[in-house]
Design a binder for this molecule. Structure first.
Ligand code: FES
Length: 198
């Protein structure tokens, strides 16, 4: 079930985060610790691509995985969520993502390769908290006119459902999009694009 997928995605990310924190926490002992990793674990720490099956992802939900010690959000959007995006252009600070970070193939209104699947680095561009997905188009305590998107609980930055930051928020830029591609309809590879560029 989709909730379990989401939970297991979170668990995977928490596990990855714990590994990274552990490596940092041991200070000078970190080098021998890292040397003891298997080649594949070392590659993951350095940023090897991560492959994710998204077949269980349903509209309005997201998976969270780890890549380069950062959370990666993979969210599925409904047609209603996508239809709202043109209205958001006037409300967001960088509607065409000119100042924001994403590969060229994600520099479009949906900020994605496939319109419905959104892939983001889940790190707030203010001070690095993890924004929360509030996908539903409904009034929220932090915004009575909420049209779906991300809310950062640390200092209340709001982003639309493409990760574009609203005007006049603590966060200055849209949520970054990592390099990625679809290996097939239900498989996303994060960390590299279809040409092999990281
Ligand atoms: S870290 Fe997200 S608003 Fe400050």
């Amino acid at each position: 079930m989709a909730n379990e997928e989401v939970d297991s995605g979170r668990r995977r990310f928490l596990t990855a985060t714990t590994s990274v924190v552990g490596a940092v926490g041991v200070g000078f002992a970190a080098v021998p610790f890292i040397k003891s990793w298997s080649p594949s674990a070392r590659a993951r720490f350095a940023g090897a691509p991560v492959t994710q099956d998204i077949s269980a992802l349903t509209e309005g939900q997201q998976l969270v995985l780890g890549w380069r010690g950062q959370p990666i959000f993979i969210a599925k959007r409904s047609k209603a969520m996508l239809d709202v995006l043109p209205q958001m252009d006037a409300l967001v600070a960088d509607p065409k993502s000119d100042a924001s970070e994403q590969p060229d193939y994600a520099k479009n209104e949906n900020r994605s390769i496939k319109p419905d699947i959104l892939v983001l680095i889940g790190v707030c561009t203010h001070l690095g908290c993890a924004p929360e997905l509030h996908a539903e188009i409904k009034p929220e305590p932090f915004d009575p006119n909420w049209k779906g998107g991300y809310f950062c609980p640390c200092h209340k930055s709001r982003y639309d459902i493409s990760g574009r930051v609203f005007k006049a928020q603590p966060a200055p830029l849209n949520l970054p999009v990592p390099p990625y591609y679809f290996a097939d309809d239900n498989t996303v590879v994060v960390g590299v694009d279809h040409k092999g560029a990281a």
